[in-house]
Design a protein around this ligand. Sequence first.
Ligand code: AMP
Length: 402
Amino acid sequence: MKILVINSGSSSIKFQLLAMEDETVLASGIVERIGEDEGLVKCTFKPGTADEAVVKQREVIKDHTSGMRLVVDFLTDKKTGVISDRSDIGAIGHRVVHGGEDFHQPTRITPEVMAAVEKNVPLAPLHNPANIDGIKVARELFADVPQVAVFDTAFHQTIPPHAYHYAIPYALYEKERIRRYGFHGTSHKFVAGEYARLVGKPLEQLNLITIHLGNGCSMTAVKNGQSVDTTLGLTPLEGLVMGTRSGDVDPAIHAFLARNCNLDIDAIDNLLNKESGLKGLCGLNDMRDIHDAIAAGDQRAKLALEVQTYRNKKYVGAYMAVLGRVDAIVFTAGIGENDEVVREKTLEGLECFGISMDLAVNDQRIKKPTLLSTSDSKIEIWGIPTNEELAIARETQAVLQK
Ligand code: AMP
């Protein structure tokens, strides 16, 4: 079966077409700058093979419907395309950011499911409407094709009440569903599953700390294969230091900024989500640039790296306490896979807790699952590349096979 994975954002549609027999990627790409003066479609056919071909096209892309039509045109193009007709697509898997408390697992899309996703828009006002647009357009263009929603929050629905409640008036949970939800669930679940597969043990018997460090960052405590705590909260702002997001701050900062800096709610939201994190500390949000700046003597860049890795370490300690026994710590995503310095600094000094990294092995970019700990480390350390598209495709197939 061929599965099309769609990740629809406010002005972009990322897509990937996979052949599930051998999980090969037939095509992947992005439609960008939807609704702007000039849009761009980029598609890579048969990536990573000798036949790889990249096609780009610039044109006005009015809306998501036009964007999705272009994706179909690219995939079915007589010369470069990888399918002859849209009916070759057996199923579509959609990334949906917020499933609230309604979705504990990936779910086949029906009108009732759409209504529940709409209901959760206040919890993810930037993301869910764009995801809904993508689903609506796909359902229009592929009316007969089964479609599945895979939620970033679903894996974390096993977090117990003592970990998901904020200590604020209970009525706010009852009325507004204010609580910790957590995100990046597809990625945490994927790398946890990969670890179990690699070591040949059932996931239900494993306790892990999974660390997703990309542009967005989060850490999850996985107990007996289930998420029992995670750093992102009601929204994807809490916890670790991210590219442009602050992570944890004293919540009173909001009131302070409003009273003393004359900022309104939108300005504060913008400041904490888009102007903070690594960027807020040193003006740079890409870890590669930060290393270059450190090499050039930039003290703020050094501080940004220290603040991020210190926060990581603090949460590793917290989740060791949450889990008791920890089998492995797994790094993944852009920084987690590529940045040996961040991995090393995150875990340095934890040898007394049985965490010992093999610095020589760690000194590489992780292209495939790699054991990074010394042979006498009580807790294994791994780098495992995440693959959210493949995870969504697998989840989609599993829902349809049920
Ligand atoms: P992601 O959100 O998982 O795509 O991760 C994107 C982030 O990964 C970028 O913003 C960079 O900070 C980081 N990144 C990507 N490649 C590298 C690299 N070679 N070395 C260090 N960091 C990297």
